[in-house]
Design a binder for this molecule. Structure first.
Ligand code: 13P
Length: 320
């Protein structure tokens, strides 16, 4: 009897939650039209946020979308540097990051002052700056890249040596694909960097017939054991095209939502339970609705910084 009551209570709670969520989704849809807004979400966002977004993608795809959209407001469901990139590319639009505290510890490993000191040690060496960096650091760099185009960008730079900031693991991965000399900044993404090669070995023992796909922000010893290394969009493509029915995923676990949706016939396993980026999880439907209602927290970039950072981003977008 008590068991039945508990079950009924649980059912009612779920029903309430579902109707609360449906009401929020409707509110978001109405506000979006009223604000002439577009909602962009990174592949690491929580499932519900991915579901209400107009576009879900990797850093490179999102920067292209931000540059190309004709809406008046961009609600950026991601982290601070991504919203800043949207503000750099679309100065006439209102860019809102639903959670002000959604930052990137990797981007925080470098400041303009520290970059300028490094540049002084290597005069005339161009700076290739990973998109996971502040607008100010982009402004002090020659060209940006994302993990989807890093090797192409380094190849396109007209110099045999480049300073690559701020991710040393991505720098190492690019170094494997170019004869140019890469001087890496010593930053890393805490979420990817803590995945160990032993975890790859254990996952392979558990799922011997699965392929392993990891992000290049993983440390080299881990990435070397994978079958595939690539950006989030490259991992999605690999999983659509591989002959393996099972894939072990070595990037932030938010990507599992799209992977399962796009590949109903395949099985996915997360390489490590540590693959959670807390900053990417700060955004939820309530905050998206509030962002649309208040148009806050707004992300802006001072004009001088914006103009210089834009050059670095435009040089990246021009590389094919
Ligand atoms: P992608 O560009 O591959 O989506 O990666 C972004 C990121 O922040 C990885 O941690």
């Amino acid at each position: 009897m008590a068991d039945d009551r508990l079950k009924e209570t649980a059912r009612l709670i779920m029903e309430n939650k579902a109707s609360e969520q449906a009401a929020l989704i409707q509110q978001i849809e109405e506000l979006k039209l009223r604000r002439k807004a577009v909602i962009l979400a990174h592949n690491y966002q929580i499932d519900e946020v991915q579901e209400i977004a107009d576009f879900v993608g990797d850093s490179f795809e999102l920067s292209r979308k931000a540059a190309g959209t004709d809406s008046e407001v961009i609600i950026f469901c991601g982290v601070h540097f991504m919203a800043e990139s949207a503000a750099i590319l679309s100065p006439d639009k209102i860019v809102v990051l639903p959670e002000r505290l959604a930052g990137c510890p990797l981007a925080d490993t470098i400041t303009v002052e520290r970059l300028e000191r490094k540049k002084a040690e290597h005069p005339s060496v161009p700076v290739v700056c990973y998109i996971n960096s502040s607008a100010a650091v982009k402004a002090a760099s020659d060209i940006c890249c994302t993990s989807a185009n890093a090797a192409k960008v380094v190849e396109a730079v007209d110099h045999d040596v480049v300073l690559f900031v701020p991710d040393r693991n991505l720098a190492y991965w690019v170094q494997q694909q170019t004869s140019k000399k890469i001087i890496p900044w010593q930053g890393a993404c805490v979420t990817h960097h803590r995945v160990t090669p032993e975890e790859v070995q254990r996952a392979r023992e558990k799922h011997p017939d699965a392929a392993v796909a990891v992000h290049p922000e993983c440390r080299p010893e881990t990435a070397e054991l994978a079958d595939f290394v690539g950006s989030t969009s490259a991992i999605l493509k690999f999983c659509r095209e591989t002959s393996h029915e099972k894939v072990i995923i070595g990037t932030e676990m938010g990507i599992l939502h799209r992977l399962k949706k796009e590949n109903p016939g395949r099985e996915f396993f997360i390489l490590s339970p540590k693959l959670v980026c807390p900053n990417m999880k700060y955004t939820n439907l309530k905050k998206v609705a509030r962002a649309l209602e208040t148009l806050e927290p707004r992300i802006t970039v001072p004009e001088e910084t914006r103009a210089a950072a834009l050059k670095a981003l435009e040089r990246m977008l021009a590389v094919h």
